[in-house]
Ligand binder design. Structure first.
Ligand SMILES: *[C@@H]1O[C@H](CO)[C@@H](O)[C@H](O)[C@H]1NC(C)=O
Ligand SMILES: *[C@@H]1O[C@H](CO)[C@@H](O)[C@H](O)[C@H]1NC(C)=O
Length: 183
């Protein structure tokens, strides 16, 4: 009798294992699920890290790979945002926007130019497993959008990408800072 039950039992075990495998969370879900202390919800985290179809977010194989992805995306996002601020600046010159707005956009552009260089360094650093330094770069980057708003004196003078970057910087900072806290 016991031997006749064995195949059924094995089948049951096989189905259960398959069910667990199907419901398994990816490293991205795990990393994104642990950022509450940084005021980053799992949804915000996943939407920022999965926003670029050329970098499949669920393919990141472990937590360090998720961190490397986050910083790479932040560097790319800053590069695209810098280009948008550049475009806003040249149209503000062309439309004779107030001198203060133009000056503010110029200063904002300089912040993004510096951030692109620093974030590219941070991306290489995190890819090599070094989180310190990169964390500070990301923390500073988080303040750029608000700084730009203040300097332009008029949120409407800034491209919408400026606001978008604040989410990306916030998520990337949280992901990298949570790696350091792990130690
Ligand atoms: C930057 O990332 C944010 C958050 O995912 C996104 O909404 C925004 O579109 C990105 N900006 C660019 C220029 O890719
Ligand atoms: C806008 O004008 C300022 C001052 O005239 C100039 O320095 C700057 O290069 C111009 N920017 C662009 C993007 O054309």
């Amino acid at each position: 009798m016991a031997s006749s039950m064995l195949p059924a039992l094995l089948l049951f075990v096989a189905f259960t294992a398959a069910g667990i495998a199907a419901a398994e969370t990816t490293p991205l879900d795990e990393v994104c699920g642990q950022l509450g202390g940084f005021y980053v919800t799992p949804e915000l985290c996943a939407s920022a890290l999965c926003s670029d179809p050329t970098s499949p977010c669920r393919a990141a194989g472990d937590a360090p790979a998720v961190a490397a992805l986050a910083v790479r995306l932040a560097a790319r996002n800053a590069t695209a945002t810098k280009a948008s601020v550049e475009a806003a600046l040249s149209s503000s010159n062309a439309t004779f926007a107030g001198a203060e707005v133009t000056k503010g956009l110029q200063a904002c552009l300089e912040l993004y130019a510096g951030a692109v260089t620093a974030l590219q360094w941070a991306a290489a650093s995190v890819a090599a497993g070094q989180y310190r330094g990169a964390r500070e770069v990301l923390q500073a980057a988080e303040y750029i959008p608000a700084g730009c708003n203040g300097m332009a004196g008029d949120v409407a003078a800034l491209p919408k990408e400026n606001g978008g970057f604040s989410y990306m910087a916030m998520v990337a900072h949280a992901v990298v800072a949570s790696r350091i806290r792990d130690y």
